[in-house]
Write a protein that binds this ligand. Sequence first.
Ligand SMILES: Cc1cc2nc3c(=O)[nH]c(=O)nc-3n(C[C@H](O)[C@H](O)[C@H](O)COP(=O)(O)O)c2cc1C
Length: 167
Amino acid sequence: MSNSISRIFRCLSHGVYVIGVSNGGKYNAFTAAWLTQVSFDPLLLALSINPSHSSWPLIKASGRFSVNVLNSEQQEMAAHFGKPALEIDKLGSVAWRLSPAQMPILDHALAWMDCEYSHETPAGDHLVVIARVNAGKLNQSAIAPLLYRDTGNMDGSSALFPESFQH
Ligand SMILES: Cc1cc2nc3c(=O)[nH]c(=O)nc-3n(C[C@H](O)[C@H](O)[C@H](O)COP(=O)(O)O)c2cc1C
């Protein structure tokens, strides 16, 4: 049953991003799809993050994170950064550098943005973080962004929907 719920929710359009985080000399990054612009002025976006991720305490402590926009040829990158930092040093095997705000940015992403924590609100099993976008750059313009629906069940989400949902 949950498989068909996930097919309904895959009709919601999302991109796929790698969120770069750092604090106290530690660096990490994780894949996220639940990210969207929510204001022009000030320029704000919302990121929904599971607070059990290793990345969350680093965001909370530094008050910053980067957004790396993946392109349509970067499915493997999405899967790589979707693994927990407890298992591997995810940034150890990819080319990256520091953004102006000293957050990890991937050399081969479509674009990057530097974000500054504004506030958060609980959202069920996630937290929605509202962040100001202070800087960014488009690295490539001739290639399309990766779409969440094209990642299939890479995040294992088809097992996470409530059985009470009627469809
Ligand atoms: C395609 C895809 C989309 C994902 N979207 C999100 C998301 O929007 N929010 C989130 O908290 N985790 C999301 N995840 C899960 C995290 O990437 C995953 O749990 C990761 O292991 C967390 O890394 P960390 O523990 O090193 O911080 C997604 C994973 C994949 C593969």
